[in-house]
Design a protein. Sequence first.
Length: 140
Amino acid sequence: MRVMTEMPPPDKPLLGAVHHVALICADYARSRAFYSQTLGLPIVREVYREARDSWKCDLQVGDVQLELFSFPDPPPRPSRPEAQGLRHLAFAVADLDAVVATLAERGVDCEPIRVDEYTGRRFTFFADPDGLPIELYETD
């Protein structure tokens, strides 16, 4: 039987912050438009990697970058039922109602707003073009 042993926490964390999150897109142009135009994330750089037949687009979200990749015929990742691995992306927003209204104007359907039972904060979900769940979490 394996037993998990507790180690004392280090004096300081080994990790500083999240630098980037990478997404592989089924349709690169559609995802690029969704993240840069619909969600309004600024493009930091975009390159075509010929050896991999792959586009890479870096978008800025606060202090973190979101990387979009294209690859020929990537297999789909199941979102439902929930699978191992990345569950969803969550973005902090100051005014959840305003963001949900703007997304609705841009053709994005959000789930009904709920309240986190542990923090009392409001949140909702919608999906990106590949079905990846995205959470909006009201922080202010």
